[in-house]
Design a protein around this ligand. Structure first.
Ligand code: ATP
Ligand code: XMP
Ligand code: GLN
Ligand code: MG
Length: 517
């Protein structure tokens, strides 16, 4: 298999390094992330087609800030700097970076001179871009044309087209920057001269080869949830090692109505992969008894999953232990669990931060650097049914992190009933594909007074949390039609006796997250 020349994304500790790599893939160009600490000679040894310098939390002029070795520019490789990378590039090439006291965060108006370069050509002269900076470039290096400015950044973009170098203060990689993808492709195709030849097919080939290499002739189990990520991971592993794979579906008692039955029937029918179903509801509920702290719940669930996989592995293996566990882990699971370069722990996803310390399996996670929409495309390429590929995400810890308070069988039954109504009404309104995910949350320790049938009630509220998103990294609350919300509210309060109030969550992410715990 020939390895294409990579576009290297040099990570300066950015929130969005993976997002840059993902946008490059979207432009059908192969990319790899490398740490800023990698020596330039090592970067150049990879024969990069171009180099993109990411953002980062430091200030270039502070002692100890990650520096850019000017030797990078001697090799003639095309370079694109973003935010910190733009500032580091300016400094290394003799421009000036300063702290002017004017910070810009979020949507910012950009005034451009499209004709002065290539990057912004044919784009509007006024653009709304996403900024996140406190420092700015006040003077471009010699030989660079200034192609844009904003109220807080006198030099918001520069280009040296002949030298195949450009940079921007804003973030073209985030969905909120207008024409961001167009700018990145301009750099890749028109400045760096790269041909768009890389496809998802390459991911499949590469991963299948890597899995074969890692697993050899050993037995493998895969945690299968019925969600798209594990279905795609299992399909890849099945392609690589065939019948050495057994999938294990854990019914932990925290599932939604009808879910276990659906996985048991549909999955095997659609894929023909061996499936083992484990009923582990009692042990999960016992382990969660009385636990209210979200992180405690997540760690307990992560541990119990592994214990169940271990027991299942002992039954699956004809001889000896099963060494490998496949999980459908995606990049947002990793970065939210604090697994990025210097990133914070937001919540421990059960399959990453919630894994027990004594984990003995070697993990096989072919989707670990990808985002959900890429995984969906992969699923379609692998021939999985549309209904499986477009299913809304459902978190592994299930309804346990949608009951705010301790988890019990009674509370689960209440939430399950309310959740089913919300799902039914969303589907009936034909809105499934307009919504990314629709958690229903039970505020189990909160009660409020109501009046029903002329009598007083003292019941629990549920929260409707429909959101729109592209990759779960950021999200907004879905503007569902009021009549759909009204129907859901009426049905829940009529049909679920314990619930006498329905509220709507109108928080974006950030500052909220999608799930409440
Ligand atoms: N009930 C379950 N039984 C077995 N494995 C599970 C279960 N729930 C989650 N997992 C494992 O944990 C991984 C992460 O869960 P996650 O919910 O993020 O992915 P998914 O369920 O595959 O896809 P989706 O995000 O669409 O729900 C899964 O890919 C799977 O390997
Ligand atoms: O498998 C999972 N295990 C987990 O522990 C977990 N926590 C959150 N999620 C899902 O991840 C996405 C982002 O969630 P948040 O905005 O709530 O952080 C959303 O799609 C969430 O449903 C999880 N999935
Ligand atoms: N997002 C970034 O890369 C920020 C760069 C630098 N820390 C600044 O504040 O200007
Ligand atoms: Mg899931």
């Amino acid at each position: 298999m020939s390895v294409p020349r990579p576009v290297l994304v040099v990570d300066f500790g950015a929130q969005y390094a993976q997002l840059i790599a993902r946008r490059v893939r979207e432009a059908k160009v192969y990319s790899e992330i490398v740490p800023h600490s990698m020596p330039v000679a090592e970067m150049l040894a990879k024969d990069p087609a171009a180099i993109i310098l990411s953002g980062g939390p430091s200030s270039v002029y502070e002692p100890g800030a990650p520096q850019l070795d000017a030797k990078l520019f001697d090799a003639g490789v095309p370079v694109f700097g973003i935010c910190y990378g733009f500032q580091a590039m300016a400094q290394a090439l003799g421009g000036t970076v300063a702290h002017t006291g004017r910070r810009e965060f979020g949507g910012t108006a950009l005034a451009t001179r499209p004709e002065a370069g290539v990057l912004l050509r044919d784009l509007p002269a006024e653009l709304s871009v996403w900024m996140s900076h406190g420092d700015c470039v006040t003077e471009a290096p010699a030989g660079f044309a200034v192609t844009a400015c904003s109220p807080g950044a006198p030099v918001a973009a520069f280009e040296d087209v002949a030298g195949r170098r450009a940079g921007v203060q804003f973030h073209p990689e985030v969905a909120h920057t207008a024409h961001g993808q167009a700018m990145l492709t301009r750099f890749l195709y028109d400045i760096a001269g790269i041909e768009p030849t890389w496809t998802m097919g390459n991911i499949i080939e590469d991963q299948v080869a890597a899995i074969r290499d890692k697993v050899g002739d050993k037995e493998v189990i895969c945690g299968l949830s019925g969600g798209v990520d594990s279905a795609v991971a299992a399909a890849l592993v099945h392609k690589a090692v065939g019948d050495q794979l057994t999938c294990v579906f854990v019914d932990h008692g925290l599932l939604r109505a009808g879910e276990a039955e659906q996985v048991e029937q549909d999955y095997v029918a659609a894929t023909g992969i061996k499936l083992k179903v484990v009923d582990a509801a009692d042990r999960f509920l016992a382990a969660l008894d009385g636990v209210t702290d979200p992180e405690d719940k997540r760690k307990i669930i992560g541990r119990e999953f592994i214990r169940v996989f271990e027991a299942a592995a002992r039954e699956v293996a004809a001889a000896g232990d099963v060494e490998f566990l496949v999980q459908g882990t995606l990049y947002p699971d990793v970065v939210e669990s604090g697994g990025g370069t210097g990133t914070a722990n937001i919540k421990s996803h059960h399959n990453v931060g919630g894994l027990p310390d004594d984990l003995k399996f070697s993990l096989v996670e072919p989707l670990r650097t990808l985002f959900k929409d890429e995984v969906r495309q992969l699923g379609l390429s692998l021939g999985l049914p549309e209904a499986m590929v477009w299913r809304h995400p459902f978190p592994g810890p299930g309804l346990a992190i949608r009951i705010i308070g301790a988890v019990s069988a009674d509370r689960l039954a209440v939430l399950r009933a309310a959740d089913l109504i919300a799902r039914e009404e969303l589907t009936a309104a034909g809105l499934d594909r307009d919504v990314w995910q629709f958690p229903v949350v039970l505020l189990a320790d909160v009660r409020s007074v109501g009046v029903q049938g002329d009598g007083r009630t003292y019941g629990h509220p549920v929260v409707l949390r429909p959101v729109s998103s592209e990759d779960a990294m950021t999200a907004d609350w879905s503007r569902l039609p009021y009549d759909v919300i009204a129907r859901i509210s009426t049905r829940i309060t009529n049909e679920v006796p314990e619930v006498n109030r329905v509220v709507l969550d109108v928080t974006s992410k950030p500052p909220g997250t999608i799930e409440w715990e």
